[in-house]
Each structure stands twice: as C-alpha cells, then as structure tokens.
Design a protein around this ligand. Structure first.
Ligand code: URA
Length: 434
C-alpha cells in the first residue's frame, strides 16, 4: 500500500477501507508517514467527508493507537458524558454527583481547558487539596464505594488523536464533521464507559454554529457508538450565551454547588436534570425517562446530590472552605448597561475571551490559570434592564481592566423590543434518528 495512492483515492471522492485507514494511522504514529502527506489527506477529508463506515474505522484506529481504560472492576453500568465545550460549561461538576446520588456509576476522565476558561480538571483543582491524579485501582474503588471519581486523562490515551489534532490545528482542518466525530468518540470509547451522553453545543461560543451541522455531527457520533455496541445519545444545546451566570474556575465551582442545592440558574439546572435523566435511565436504574427525571429531581430537593458532591470532593482530598471565604480577588468591578431594554444576546465567545484575559483560561498550554478570577453575569437573554443596571461583575486581580470592561459591555446587545428567553435544549438525537 502507498500513502500517495490513498490520498489520491480520497481526493477523488472515494471511500477508504478499514485496512487502508489502519495503514494510515499506524504509519503516522510510527512516523513512517510524514506530516505533509497526512496534511494533504486531512484536506481531502475536509472537502470530501467520510462515510459512517470510514468514520467508525478512523475512530477505532485512533482508539487502538494507545491505552484503553479498563473499568471492569467497577460493578454496574458505567455512564459518561462529554460536552463539545463552551463558555461557563460546568455541567460535569453538577451532573457527576447528581447521577451518582441517583445510583449511577460515574468513572470520568477529564481534560484541562485551552482557550476561554479552564476545563473540568482546572475547576476541580481550584479546590484546595483536591487531586485528580488517582491510581487506577483507587479510581475503580472510589467509583464502587461512592459512585463517582474524576481523574486526569493519561498521556497514552489515543496518541494518534493528539498528533492529528495538532496537525489539524495548523492546517485549517479542525472544522470537519467526520474528523471531530472520530476525535471525540475515540477518546470517549477509550475511557471505557457503557453509556455515553454527548452534549453538542451550538452557537457563537461553540464549534458548531448551526443546528444542521450539530445534527449531522450528533448523528455521526451516535452512529459510531452504536456500531461498536455502546449506548450513545446526543443532546444539541445552546451556546449562544454563556451557560449559567458564571465564567471562571472557582466561580463555577460555587455555582455548581448552588445548583445541586436547587439554587442554580434555570438553564444549567434544566440541562443537568434532562441529561442526568438520560444517564440514569440508560444505566437501567429506572424503566422510563419520566421516572428517571423524578428520581434526579428528588436528589436535588432532598440534598443528596449536594452531599454526594461534598463526599466526592473529600474523597479526592478537596478541602472546601466556607464558600464566603473561597474566592479572593483584589477587586470586583461592575459593568453597567449603557441603555435600557431587553437583553437580545450575550456573545459567549467574547465573554470567554474576556475571562481568559483576566487569567481564568489559558492562551497557550504553558500559561497558568488564576482560579479566583472570572465574570459573573447578572442578566441573561430575555431579561429587562434599565440604563445603569449592573449587567455583570468582573472578579479581577489586575488593576487596569478598562478594555475588559468594554469587551463585556459590548458582548451584550440590548433591544427596545421584547425578547423571549432562548431554549437550552434544541434536540435529542438517539440511535432511532440515524
Ligand atoms: N473536541 C475534540 O476532542 N476533538 C475535535 O476534533 C474537536 C473538539
């Protein structure tokens, strides 16, 4: 087999076989195939797409390029969820304890964030003492004992994806549905859970900008999972404004804890209850989605989900101080509405970038995060404001932030006309839809 023939085949719109895809991935990881040939192939895939069979073969080839996580020591059905990422996305911090309190087993491997704000690991590590470096035996034991553990991904999971993602990043081939789908699914399948619930975000602050693209990505990912015998469902959800009110690591930890006590924002609460219900139902804890929803909601009202969160944080060494004492910043600066009216939109990406400039996220892998800084929104889409009302508070450790104040203010569009609140969930894609 010659790589140049395979590039030509894909360039001319033909489907590659599983054997050919395995040859490409094995050759690339072994450094037998150079970056310039894989770059040409990626561009051919970008333009010509892939069939579900090709995307599945690519996923499996990347999955088998490294270690897979063995969760067989954990009793029961293991459930996982993955978000395609967004601004203020702290769903794992809420969903994990919520579904564990309802009886599901959550064995989660998470990543750090690059861009906007931190990832789940950065948020967890903002809690003093908390460790995400857990030995595999202790990881399984913790899930068996308390229903939940969250650890950092090891370096050896899906090395082919790491190499390909870095190359896609510099060859303008990231936004390709089959490449995104196989990148995400290879890592999810390597993580070993039986049930995978995907949260596919659409909007200004997300990879997918339209419902149509999000549906296609969801169908490809559900198709790949189904093909390899996993239970996969995709929720298509809104990222046209930040999720919840907070963007920034400690601010998001506090909001997650409030949500688990029933005092969280409406969008975050609805999203977590709905995704959580699917996770609980798919784990066969209830025999209908409605019963699962009731059970999940009960975990919030009876405070079991909040207690589970504290148990989980403590099990991983976290010492959560009194929440009033948790966040330390030099200054909290208010951003005011320059006119009255209804909030028509809040550009999620701009809020994310403003938070990153404060130090809440990383511009490069080497940057360190300031866990205390961030942005708390006071108004969301559909809310009414008078001129001068506080739109947002900026938690900062930097003294001159005039540019950031202006960016947060400009992220808001205020309309004189009435604006409806936007839905948080647009569609749910199951294997029946593919
Ligand atoms: N997230 C991933 O893990 N991979 C992609 O290609 C895009 C988003």
């Amino acid at each position: 087999m010659r790589i140049v023939d395979l590039i030509e085949k894909k360039r001319d719109g033909h489907a590659l076989t599983t054997e050919e895809i395995n040859f490409i991935i094995e050759g690339y990881v072994a450094k037998d195939i150079p970056d310039y040939q894989i770059s040409a192939l990626l561009m051919a895939i970008y333009f010509n797409g892939m069939t579900t069979a090709e995307s599945t073969a690519l996923t499996m080839a990347m999955l088998h390029s490294g270690e897979t996580i063995d969760l067989s020591a954990i009793k029961g059905i293991k459930v996982d969820k993955h978000s395609t990422g967004g601004v203020g996305d702290k769903t794992t911090l809420v969903l994990g304890p919520l579904v564990a309190a309802a009886g599901a087993k959550v064995a989660k491997l998470s990543g750090r964030g690059l861009g906007h704000t931190g990832g789940t690991l950065d948020k967890l590590e903002s809690i003093p003492g908390l460790s995400i470096a857990i030995d595999p035996k202790d990881f399984s034991k913790q899930v068996n004992d308390i229903g939940i553990a969250v650890a950092g991904q090891t370096a050896n999971v899906c090395p082919a994806d790491k190499l390909l993602y870095a190359l896609r990043d510099v060859t303008a081939t990231v936004p390709s549905i089959p490449l995104i789908a196989s990148s995400i699914m290879s890592k999810k399948l390597a993580s070993g859970s039986d049930v995978i619930v995907l949260d596919v975000k659409i909007g200004d602050g997300a990879f997918m900008k339209t419902l149509e693209d999000a549906k296609e990505l969801s169908k490809v990912m559900v198709g790949i999972g189904t093909e390899v015998g996993k239970e996969v469902v995709a929720f298509i959800t809104d990222m046209n404004q930040p999720l919840g009110f907070t963007v920034g690591n400690k601010l998001e930890v506090v909001e997650a804890l409030e949500t688990l006590q029933g005092k969280g924002p409406e969008d975050l609460t609805t999203l977590c209850v709905e995704i959580g219900s699917y996770m609980v139902y798919s784990a066969k804890i209830t025999d209908s989605i409605d019963a699962a929803r009731e059970l999940v909601q009960q975990q919030i009202t009876n405070k079991h989900a909040h207690d589970k969160q504290l148990e989980f944080l403590q099990a991983q060494g976290g010492k959560l101080p009194d929440l009033e004492q948790f966040i330390h910043v030099k200054d909290i600066v208010s951003v005011h509405a320059d006119t009255g009216g209804y909030i028509a939109s809040i550009k999620a990406l701009d809020i994310g970038l403003a938070a990153m400039k404060l130090g809440a996220g990383r511009a490069t892998k080497e940057d360190t995060i300031d866990p205390d800084v961030g942005i708390k929104l006071h108004k969301k889409v559909g809310d009414y404001v008078d001129q001068g009302d506080v739109l947002a508070s900026i938690y900062t450790n930097t003294s001159s932030i005039d540019d950031i104040i202006a960016e947060v203010q400009q992220a808001y569009t205020i309309s004189k006309d009435h604006v409806d609140k936007t839905p948080i969930i647009y569609e749910i894609i199951t294997k029946e839809d593919i």
